[in-house]
Design a protein around this ligand. Structure first.
Ligand code: HEM
Length: 283
């Protein structure tokens, strides 16, 4: 089925998409149209550094300094972009989908530090970070200005400064609650909102228990674009083009009728001549 994307719904509300024949939806009609042949597709990003002081600690001398033979750091993957370092480190997470009341982001970030291994076999190093935290695929569930941040995570538990402990892990676990500066409205063409994030009890554990409950994580900024995508109605079947040259369609039939009509006209002329010449009697 063909699909038409109407971008910037409100900006184009007074015009029609001439090339497709699809009227662009106004915000007023948007909600009614979505759910019939149309639905909203959300794209964009979330800027979320997780926690600025944590990035500064991790990329500094405490977690990855001269004390350690093998250093860790911060790695991003699957579409997450990063800029800055230490306290200015930022992560930009790409939207991967949306639903009513939910926006999904893709990609992951991996933080490693405090490497406990001192031997010469470098292949041992990756498994010896006492601090080994991975967060991926954030989701924001929202309702008005209240929202929840869910993530997939894997984090070595903090036991003590010499133990490489086992991993805690979770899938779409509630990491933090978010208070937004305004409600997210996916029926508008663009959304820019900022949220304050506070870790849940589970979020505190994911961070090694170093933050007291209620201590804020980094703010999150959502920059979203919403498009209404509609399925075009099926085109009616195009009738076969008449083709007199092949004689295989209506054109051929019309041609034969025309020839017979022409022959009839010639017959009438001959008949009139024969009557007028007295060769035959008129009937
Ligand atoms: C050898 C093991 C570790 C040592 C020696 C260590 C040491 C430290 C120290 C000294 C600080 C205070 C930093 C500051 O005030 O600037 C700190 C903070 C912190 N550590 Fe560790 N740590 C270790 C393991 C871990 C692990 C396994 C985690 C788990 C995620 C972790 C998470 C944190 C966090 C979240 C902070 C607070 C950073 C901030 O926002 O300021 N640490 N650590």
């Amino acid at each position: 089925m063909n699909r038409t994307v109407s971008r910037a719904v409100v900006l184009l509300a007074s015009t029609a998409v001439a090339t497709t024949g699809l009227a662009v939806l106004s915000t007023a009609t948007h909600a009614a149209e979505v759910g019939e042949n149309c639905h909203v597709v959300t794209t964009g990003t979330a800027d979320w550094a997780m926690r600025t002081s944590f990035n500064s600690y991790l990329e500094g001398p405490i977690a990855n300094g001269a004390l350690y033979k093998y250093k860790g750091g911060i790695e991003v993957r699957d579409g997450v972009e990063t800029s800055g370092e230490r306290a200015t480190r930022q992560f930009t997470w790409p939207v991967s989908g949306s639903n009513d009341g939910e926006i999904n982001f893709g990609g992951g970030v991996h933080w490693t530090g405090h490497n406990h291994y001192t031997g010469d076999d470098a292949s041992q190093a990756p498994d010896n970070f006492i601090l080994d935290l991975d967060i991926s695929n954030p989701t924001i569930e929202f309702n008005g200005t209240q929202a929840t941040l869910l993530v997939d995570y894997k984090s070595r538990e903090f036991v003590d400064t010499t133990t490489v402990a086992g991993f805690l892990s979770g899938t779409q676990a509630e990491l933090a609650t978010i208070t937004l500066d305004e409600a997210i409205d996916l029926t508008t063409p663009s959304v820019t909102v900022i949220g304050e994030t506070v870790p849940t009890a589970a979020g505190v554990d994911v961070m090694g228990g170093f933050y007291p409950a209620g201590d804020a994580l980094a703010p999150i900024t959502l920059n979203l674009t919403n498009e209404v995508v509609c399925d075009e109605p099926q085109e009616p079947e195009t009738p076969e083009t008449p083709d007199a040259t092949t004689g295989s369609s209506e054109g051929g039939i019309l041609g034969i009728v025309g020839i017979l009509a022409a022959l009839g006209g010639i017959g009438a002329v001959v008949y009139n001549y024969l009557v007028s010449a007295g060769i035959i009697a008129a009937y």
